[in-house]
Write a protein that binds this ligand. Sequence first.
Ligand code: SIN
Length: 287
Amino acid sequence: MSESASGQISVAPEAHGFGARITGLDLSAPLAPDEIAGVKAAWARHSVVCFPGQPLDLDALEAFTLQVGPFGQDPYITPMPGRPNVLELRRLPDEKASNFGAGWHSDWSFLETPPAATLLRAQTIPPVGGDTLFVDASRAWDALSDAMKAVLAPLQAVHSARQSYGTKGVFARDTEARTMKIIVSEEADGSLTHPLVRTHPVTGRKALYISPVYTVGIEGFTPEESKALLGFLFAHLTQEEFVYRHRWTEGDLLMWDNRCTMHFAEGGYDGYLRVMHRTTVQGEVPA
Ligand code: SIN
């Protein structure tokens, strides 16, 4: 189904209305201004967009990313040699360490200006597992009662990298060898606050801006109160009706909007190689 076709660009929404596939473009060459505008409009509308059949080399991945916007900051992971803005997510067949991204999160939400977009290109896909799941945090917000929305609207959520990259975090406690070079740091033990409900700067839609991996509390709440309210919201967000599951095909390029989604890399491919390349696009201070 084609929702819209401008020139050769076709945008086909996923069946349950979250996510879309964009075809009719060759991303290995610079896009014309109307094409990149069409891509950005589709991305704003659908939040997760897949460009199938785009086996971009790393130069082309970087160039396309820069057409979307300036590179974002990517802390705590050593980037590819000679490519400070590209992360390689590589997991070997015999690797026992947990796969990268195996928890619901919105990328780098513990930064003052978290990335607006993340782009992920599928280089080597295992024959089983390795799906990436996305939550539509705008739709999840819309589904709450007006009474709950009134409680949540003024709150500030506390974000931190500590549970992952901090000195007592998951990666600090990791005993299994890992191909990706993760940087555990005291800096990751710090925290900052962002509005718990964020307004998308392009669409004006509100979204829950929290995640189990990076949201560690709610400002002014006791730890027990935070745990109870966040627990309710995480369960609400991850209901099936708000989730899109991306089953990868080699050559897919996915671009998602961190301002109104969270994602989860499912794993389930022990014994197989999985290699992905990832860039981010700078965002704004959440408001
Ligand atoms: C991530 O960016 O969190 C990982 C996504 C994936 O590998 O599917």
